[in-house]
Design a protein around this ligand. Structure first.
Ligand code: ATP
Ligand code: MG
Length: 268
């Protein structure tokens, strides 16, 4: 049995994130939503007297099924409070920043000291990567889809500005995407190329929305988090590649996939 006093659980659209404290040390666990029953039964068995705080879209469902006495924490509050905690841990917390949470879908928050506002949302997110990935390649496994993306060439799928200008001078950087997926079946595309293009489309859409939000809110500090970054070097690479061009100061939050769960735990 674990000597656990507090557990924070963030049950989202795809993954369940769990943070628990044992003898002053935080432990982090992730389960797929399909493992919900077994994960919760394990927890109740191992930490029967722990206080539980729940957040995320499936928090109420979880409380009805497993934890009647649990504390409920609103999803956006939990995400931002957890992020603040991890930014503090980092030792380099900006006074003001945009927080971009790429989960199944994507949410943008404007953080100012202890205040926050959810300013934007998009259906383009980690779920798009998974769902479009499966439709295009028949592959369902997250890690495998990321590996495919890493080896692919998006230029076989996307139309760039220089493709349209056929070698003539371009009014903007010729390597920029003119149209995602626009090559259709013109080139022979592998599953790797298709996944590189999916990753690029998700990342580009998020970068462009982030840029608009940054302009409106007069900040260039951007903090990315969410499980869509787990082991996802290709996604990080695309986001990094825009950093210099757009003058954004971006970082990937350490433990950022657990912000919601940590924010919930801290509410106990
Ligand atoms: P939301 O907050 O939108 O309700 P969520 O909280 O479940 O959803 P996250 O856990 O932050 O969202 O991120 C989910 C995404 O993480 C998936 O869509 C996928 O792209 C990625 N991911 C990372 N690891 C896995 C995994 N083992 N299985 C499935 N998806 C994974
Ligand atoms: Mg979430």
């Amino acid at each position: 049995m674990l000597s656990v006093q507090k557990v924070g659980i963030d049950a989202g659209g795809t993954l369940i994130k769990l943070v628990y404290e044992e003898n002053g040390v935080f432990h982090y666990k992730t389960y797929h939503i399909s493992q919900l029953e077994s994960a919760m039964e394990w927890l109740k068995l191992m930490a029967p007297s722990a206080k539980v705080a729940l957040t995320g879209g499936k928090a109420v469902f979880l409380s009805k099924q497993f934890f009647n006495d649990a504390v409920q924490v609103p999803e956006f509050d939990a995400a931002c409070n957890g992020a603040r905690y991890f930014l503090d841990m980092d030792g380099n917390k900006p006074d003001v920043c945009l927080l971009v949470n790429i989960g199944t879908g994507t949410s943008w928050f404007y953080l100012q000291g202890e205040k926050q506002e959810r300013i934007l949302g998009s259906g383009i997110g980690g779920g798009t990567f998974m769902g479009l990935g499966e439709l295009l390649t028949n592959e369902k496994d997250y890690t495998h889809l990321v590996q495919l993306a890493q080896k692919g060439n998006k230029a076989k799928v996307d139309l760039t500005v220089k493709d349209i200008y056929m070698g003539e001078d371009t009014p903007v950087d010729g390597n920029l995407t003119a149209s995602n997926f626009a090559k259709g079946k013109k080139d022979e595309q592998s599953n790797e190329d298709l996944m590189a293009a999916v990753t690029n489309m998700v990342a580009e859409t998020i970068v462009l929305l982030t840029l608009q939000a940054a302009a409106i809110h007069q900040t260039n500090e951007v903090v990315y988090m969410g499980s869509t970054f787990s082991g996802n070097i290709p996604l990080k690479n695309v986001l990094e590649s825009y950093k210099g061009m757009l003058g954004l100061n971006t970082r990937f939050l350490k433990h950022g996939e657990f912000s919601g769960a940590m924010g919930a735990l801290l509410a106990i």
